[in-house]
Ligand binder design. Structure first.
Ligand code: COA
Length: 192
């Protein structure tokens, strides 16, 4: 998997902040329905991130982007609530001695197929690599072909199936893994 790109012109990729929570919670509810994390859960995750074992990021239009809420009275940069959120993602890396876990990844429907999912994923994989993790693991709904295609395109491999892992609706999870550490064996081989 390649190193993360710089955010393309007109986009800002930055750490998630408390001021982002209303927008993230709204998008979470729209995209994940009954399985959405509540604002309280998101807030607890953000506080956990402050301890340094996980990282949450958001992507939004840059300061010079076209979607400036102050132009049509939707809000202010300080409140952020009226500004569009294009995507968010989170990853747990712990102390770096184990595997990282992709916790969430979402792109707003109107911003899809423009590379934002790939951008956020690359950024978080790089965090896991910097932390020293051996691999990044994730679970994804079997029917989620968009996400599975994204992960496959970035080098993740399916390594298992968790039967009836999801509840609403009930569905199996595909477990995927991306190895991060170069092996001491043949050049280019990954540790298993
Ligand atoms: C999965 C998701 C994050 C992808 O975000 P995205 O910003 O549209 O992804 P990208 O534009 O970076 O796509 C990168 C690659 O992933 C694959 N991909 C993405 N969406 C796809 C789709 N609908 N169908 C097939 N392949 C797709 C393609 O290989 C794509 O590369 P390409 O556009 O050059 O062909 C987005 O669809 C989403 O938010 N879905 C709802 C939430 C969700 O399911 N999150 C994942 C939970 S595990």
């Amino acid at each position: 998997m390649s190193a993360p790109d710089q955010a393309p012109a007109g986009l800002s990729l930055r750490p998630m902040e408390v001021a982002d929570l209303p927008r993230v919670a709204r998008m979470e509810a729209e995209l994940f329905g009954a399985e959405a994390w509540s604002r309280q859960t998101l807030s607890a995750e953000l506080h956990a991130a402050a301890r340094g074992d996980r990282r949450y990021i958001v992507v939004e239009p840059g300061e010079d982007g076209q979607e400036d809420g102050q132009q049509d009275g939707r809000g202010s940069r300080d409140g952020r609530d009226g500004f569009p959120l294009l995507g968010y993602a989170g990853l747990y890396h712990g102390d770096g001695l184990g595997d990282a876990d992709l916790l969430t990844l979402a792109t707003a429907p109107a911003a899809r197929r423009q590379g934002l999912g790939r951008l956020m994923l690359a950024e978080l994989v790089e965090s896991a690599r910097r932390a020293g993790c051996r691999a990044v693991l994730l679970e994804v709904r079997h029917s989620n072909t968009a996400a599975r295609s994204l992960y496959l395109s970035q080098g993740f491999e399916p390594i298992g199936l968790r039967r009836r892992y999801y509840r609403a609706p009930v569905e199996d999870a595909v477990v995927m893994r991306l190895g991060l550490r170069a092996s001491t064996g043949p050049v280019g081989a990954e540790a298993t």
